[in-house]
Write a protein that binds this ligand. Structure first.
Ligand code: MG
Length: 161
């Protein structure tokens, strides 16, 4: 039995912070505001993993009003979700990630992000897809007010559940 989960996350730009996408710190001017390191890719991925096993969402596991998670690396959240998946008898088949950003260009960083995510999930890199798009300048993402990420995860359940 294959189970599927999805995740979506958005963070606004904050010029005073570094930009971290998929666990990779990018050498750009300005990053994103928010809880933890504000990595929308890993937040969406965490929700996709949790969603596949119906284990709630990142906000339930790591409340944004809890000072323990201030500035923490979002790899912490992904690793916790991976543990939950394994405890539920799940094996990650593949993840497909989409980054929606007017800036920066994602393509120069795509392989580094794939590697980072594959390492976090302990899967081969060919199971990790990273795609990028824009909204053709429409809306808050098009005005480059922030970055959004979408994630889908497929999980094979060993007990058929
Ligand atoms: Mg978030």
């Amino acid at each position: 039995m294959i189970r599927v989960g999805q995740g979506l996350d958005v963070h606004p730009f904050d010029a005073a912070r570094p930009l971290v996408l998929g666990g990779v710190r990018l050498a750009t001017n300005g990053g994103l505001a928010g809880h933890s390191d504000a990595d929308p890719v890993l937040h969406a991925l965490t929700d996709a993993l949790l969603g596949a096993i119906a284990a709630g969402d990142i906000g339930q596991l790591f409340p944004s009003d809890d000072p323990r998670w201030d500035g923490v690396a979002s790899s912490t959240f992904v690793r916790a979700a991976v543990v939950r998946v394994r405890e539920a008898g799940g094996n990650i088949c593949n993840v497909d990630l989409t980054i929606v950003a007017e800036r920066p260009r994602i393509s120069p960083h795509r392989e580094a992000i794939r590697q980072s995510v594959a390492l976090l999930l302990d899967v081969e890199i060919d199971r990790v897809s990273v795609k990028a798009t824009t909204t053709d300048r429409l809306g808050f993402l098009g005005r480059a007010e922030g970055i959004a990420a979408l994630a889908i995860a497929a999980i094979e359940m060993s007990d058929g559940s």
